[in-house]
Design a protein around this ligand. Sequence first.
Ligand SMILES: [Zn+2]
Length: 48
Amino acid sequence: MDYGFDCPYVIEGEVEQVIEEFGKHTTEEHGIEYSTEALTQFILRQQS
Ligand SMILES: [Zn+2]
């Protein structure tokens, strides 16, 4: 996915699940805690 930084992380599934898992990933792996709203924008942009 392209979220403004280099990250090979890929996740598929229900949007709600993806948001939760991706939020954990960015927090734990990148030290960036995005809001649910920001995460939703990333996911929706990626899927469209
Ligand atoms: Zn990552």
